[in-house]
Write a protein that binds this ligand. Structure first.
Ligand SMILES: [Zn+2]
Length: 245
């Protein structure tokens, strides 16, 4: 994470709201996304799979260009499996080799990882640590506190509109009762990601504590670049600066 510089409009005192943005899978749309973030003075972490098996993946040149724009490249396994279903050896290969390949490509450490589908378990988290990662992203939502395990980092808002049953199902599957209550009681079970971003940011402001409002665009093809731009634009109205994970 990056230390923030305060940039409060009108000089008023506001608690810092740290906004991280994460974008999964590493496809060509990420280049436009990066431009949109840069236009808003924001950065993001782009989690790429070296063997994604999907059309139009990011090229090596794209990833280098993203780094030049100040974006972070994170690992997202080799082939995007559900890690909780793999043997220990396969899990270690998927996690460890994905990081090693990106490090070879970029010529620098790659400390951040993202669990495909958000699927993780204590064994998976331990494997990520053993493979050298110091930060890992989950899909646990509606959590804006700063007190989280760095290898089980939650998100504030996912930048596409799940249905209400999906929000509930995800929260229960992940044991995220706190997030579920926050979504229902603070956000009024709202679905629109921009409205959710605004509500969580306002809540953090009113509470008067620093907050971390992570925006996540998860596994394709469920998201749209335009939605990402809307969420980033909304978030930047509340934050001092968008940063990488
Ligand atoms: Zn993914």
């Amino acid at each position: 994470m990056v230390e923030l510089e305060s940039r409060c409009p009108g000089g008023e005192q506001r608690p810092p709201i740290l906004v991280t943005t994460s974008w999964d899978d590493g496809v060509q749309e990420d280049m436009r996304l990066a431009e949109m973030l840069a236009e808003r003075g924001m950065t993001g972490t782009f989690y790429a799979c070296p063997e994604p098996g999907q059309s139009r993946p990011l090229t090596k040149g794209d990833m280098r260009q993203l780094r030049l724009m100040g974006m972070e490249i994170g690992a997202h396994t080799l082939t995007h499996p559900d890690l909780t279903r793999l043997s220990r050896d396969a899990m270690r290969r998927e996690i460890g080799e994905s990081g090693a390949r990106l490090e070879d490509l970029l010529g620098e450490p790659v400390p951040s990882f993202c669990y495909p589908y958000g699927a993780h378990s204590p064994v998976v988290v331990r494997c990520a640590a053993e493979c050298g990662f110091s930060f890992a992203r989950t899909t646990v939502a509606f959590r804006d506190g700063l007190d989280f395990h760095p290898l089980r980092a939650p998100v504030g808002v996912q930048a596409y509109a799940h249905s209400r049953p999906t929000h509930v199902r995800h929260a229960l599957k992940e044991g995220n009762v706190v997030g579920l209550l926050k979504w229902a009681m603070i956000c009024g079970a709202q679905l629109d990601p921009v409205a959710l971003t605004r509500m969580l940011a306002l809540h953090a402001e009113q509470r008067g504590h620093p907050a971390r409002l992570g925006a996540l665009l998860g596994d394709r093809p469920t998201w749209h670049v335009a939605d990402a731009g809307r969420v980033a634009g909304c978030a930047v109205g509340y934050t001092v600066r968008g940063v990488c994970d």
